[in-house]
Design a protein around this ligand. Sequence first.
Ligand SMILES: *[C@@H]1O[C@H](CO)[C@@H](O)[C@H](O)[C@H]1NC(C)=O
Length: 325
Amino acid sequence: MALSLCSPRFLIFIFLVSAIPVAYIISVERAKPPTHVFHYHSSGFFRECAKWDDQGRRFLVSFLEGGVGAIHVPEDYSPDLVLNEVTVVKDVDLTGNASLGIAVDRPRNRLLVVVADLLGNRYSALAAYDLSTWKRLFLAQLSGPSDEKSFADDVAVDAEGNAYVTDAKASKIWKVGVHGELLSILRSPLFSPKEWYKSLVALNGIVYHPDGYLIVIHTFSGNLLKIDLTKGEEVKLIEVAGGPLAFGDGLELISPTKLVVAGNPSGRLVESSDGWETASVVAKFKGPAHRLATAATVKDGKVYLNHLVGMGYPKKTHALVEAVF
Ligand SMILES: *[C@@H]1O[C@H](CO)[C@@H](O)[C@H](O)[C@H]1NC(C)=O
């Protein structure tokens, strides 16, 4: 797999990693991590997103080279055990595309997976798979070679099973129905900051709040937005004390009032007491920055951060790091 210099993900990657001295990386890798880490052996170096699947007792991870893996955690897991990734999805018809954000749609027993052409930004799609059989349930094409350049990045699912997919390139949101039909495209002036360089990586992590709205982050501006689905998809900028949340990537709600933002710094805990009209950054967690935190998930009440970069030879090892705030 080749990484493109134009891909938003790679731009962030270079930007952050080039600033980290090798000696620092070695010292961090050798030190005993301050919080619990699930390590797992993997077939690839880059894993963009991880979500905990409680019923299956496994982490599900997306492959930047395309595909999905499952990392089973045994009941009698001992903290030092290195787990193993098993490939569960590898679609030949999507070869050449990356798998990015994933969301467990528990009521429908399925996994939603964002698919995008990292190289040319000429293909974006959303796929759904049965969590028991891994049969593909639908593949919804969101954009193709004749559309504006786009980069489907992350996904959230609402109570009815509609999916919302962010476009990190053209800064819009695709709404996909429960059977994979493209319903609409959400656009707003608030999705595009005035400064051109802030649009290099645009809309990114997204979550669905049980009160009927979406919370989405714009990575380079650090803006956090609320999109009220009960009020005609009204878009508002959330005022964040201690923000903006620049370099925020994946999001996860850990309660209706608490949100974790993965990125750089590794994890930020954001709280709101007024239904996400305003919020504040209440804590930060520093993990292995050179591995680049890209997503957050909750396992048994604990927050784990996915890291994009695996390390090691011949076995590539990835780290799901517990974030303690
Ligand atoms: C991504 O998949 C689509 C659909 O099969 C295909 O047309 C396209 O060529 C793929 N993109 C790349 C970069 O291979």
